[in-house]
Design a protein around this ligand. Structure first.
Ligand code: AMP
Length: 213
């Protein structure tokens, strides 16, 4: 399997797991959240448009995200023969657009984790503003308190990892993203994985799934 989508609620560990699979399978990790944040930090036109949605914890409009993502996936497939996609699709129109494309996924992995555990993980998440490495003060703490292991720079918290914004992101998830699981289940592509435990434990569960598909 070389075209893989990874879904799950905010804080379920999608990004961490996608990165590990990307290293293992040699396919690029494409995170729509990272792509949007990069546009914001580079002050592009798209960055200007999407900034307020992200700050409010709302999904950005489908017409913006669909084109950016499909273009990136086509490039990934042309260069590396596959992708591990994290953070997309988050709505039914996004899923349908991907399914209609020439680079549709072969498997969709849904990481299952309770809202309370996700919130606990998100409020403990930190990132390095220099290299982008993501830490978790509970699951993957830096060696020195709140400093990046590689850059020695003070770690920051994402603006949208504040508790009030997290709750809004969950509302969006239940209203718009949950139906995406049913969609993939109905076409036989969905595989669920328990998102509890350590990073290594979840990674092993995902590798087992990928081995047998
Ligand atoms: P993430 O890094 O995946 O948690 O995404 C951060 C934020 O980016 C989300 O809360 C949304 O505002 C926006 N975003 C990322 N991916 C999508 C998507 N596929 N559709 C709409 N909005 C998205």
């Amino acid at each position: 399997m070389k075209r893989i989508v990874i879904l799950g609620p905010p804080g379920s560990g999608k990004g961490t797991q996608a990165k590990l699979i990307s290293e293992k399978y040699g396919v690029p990790h494409i995170s729509t959240g990272d792509v949007l944040r990069e546009n914001i930090s580079k002050k592009t036109k798209i960055g200007e448009i999407v900034r307020e949605y992200i700050e409010r914890g709302e999904l950005v409009p489908d017409e913006i995200i669909i084109k950016i993502t499909i273009d990136k996936l086509i490039e990934a497939v042309n260069v590396s023969g596959g992708y591990i996609l994290d953070g997309y699709p988050r709505t039914i129109p996004q899923a349908e657009a991907l399914e209609k494309s020439i680079i549709k996924p072969e498997i969709v992995i849904d990481i299952k984790l309770s809202e309370d555990e996700c919130v606990r993980r998100l409020t403990n998440r930190r990132y390095c503003p220099n290299c982008g490495e993501v830490y978790n003060m509970l699951l993957k703490p830096p060696r020195e308190n709140e400093k990046c292991d590689k850059c020695n720079v003070k770690l920051l918290q994402r603006e949208d990892d504040r508790e009030d914004v997290i709750r809004r992101r969950f509302k969006e998830y239940y209203n718009k993203t949950k139906p995406v699981m049913d969609y993939y289940r109905s076409i036989g592509k969905l595989v669920e994985v328990d998102g509890g435990g350590s990073i290594e434990e979840i990674h092993k569960r995902i590798l087992e799934i990928l081995k047998f598909t």
